[in-house]
Design a protein around this ligand. Structure first.
Ligand code: ADE
Length: 259
């Protein structure tokens, strides 16, 4: 999986993600991350990327030209890499040729515009996006981006929740983190991406580590029993209880899913 982020603050993206589990996956080449500075693509003499909005109103809008040209540069790079991979595969597999290429040759990468006007991001979307070979994130700033370029390049409008941030970088990082951990090989324990909160509409059960007693609080007896069946039953019970209390909307989905 290759993540490409179109942004005015590439350092924020690089520094925010090159750490811990995602940093390790980047170092190991399981995923890649390219942060592209939209400002590098402006044709304005003064490196301007924004201007006043037609019709008046407060604030500035990011202009179409630099966004479009930054996107085009990323698409060209992706195409070039796909062509190289195809040539390589043709050489290695003889007459198998391009039929041996992994699925996505020729298909253009999805472009996710992170915006409070989008659909709300959830675990199912993370799982879906993780199947892509390349994903391009577009981060807006100021009052947003000229609608005309969005119409031409954006495939998905996605929000991280009903609140407004000053820019798209933090939402993009949130989504990249959630998507990357669904990419096979990113998490060391193969299963841990699926057994946790949201994978079955239930929140995760409470967990405990050593010591067995801390601040006069004991770990639930059942977890020390060594009876895996009982432990699983207890955990499911706890998940259901927690979900019902904290997220009745999710609990309803879980109940419906069992019918
Ligand atoms: N940009 C600003 N606020 C946002 C949000 N809540 N989700 C996605 N992008 C945003």
């Amino acid at each position: 999986m290759n993540f490409h982020v179109l942004t005015l603050f590439p350092e924020m993206i690089r520094q925010g993600l090159d750490i811990s589990i995602i940093g390790r996956a980047l170092a190991g080449g399981i995923i890649s991350l390219e942060a592209v500075n939209i400002r590098d693509y402006t044709i304005s003499k003064h490196k301007k990327v924004d201007d006043y909005t037609y019709g008046g109103g407060a604030g500035m809008l990011m202009q179409a030209q630099p966004v479009y040209d930054a996107w085009k540069a990323v698409c060209d790079k992706i195409k070039e890499r796909a062509n190289k991979d195809r040539e390589q595969t043709t050489v290695e597999d003889g007459d198998l040729g391009s039929a041996a290429m992994p699925g996505q040759a020729g298909k253009s990468a999805r472009v996710i515009y992170v915006t409070p006007q989008g659909k709300t991001f959830h675990q199912g979307m993370a799982r879906e996006f993780a199947k892509e070979e390349d994903l391009i994130f577009l981060c807006g700033h100021y009052e947003g981006i000229d609608e005309r370029v969005l119409e031409e390049i954006v495939t998905d409008y996605v929000s991280i929740g009903d609140y407004v941030l000053t820019g798209g970088e933090l939402p993009a990082m949130v989504m990249i983190d959630a998507i990357a951990r669904m990419v096979p090989g990113v998490l060391s324990n193969k299963d841990s991406g699926e057994t946790e909160s949201f994978s079955n509409h239930l929140l995760e059960y409470p967990q405990y580590s050593r010591p067995a007693v801390w601040h006069e609080k004991s770990v639930p007896e059942i977890l020390l029993s060594g009876d895996h069946k009982k432990v699983d039953e207890w955990r499911l019970e706890q998940s259901i209880k927690r979900t019902k209390e904290i997220r009745p909307d999710l609990y309803e989905k879980w109940v419906l899913g069992r019918r």
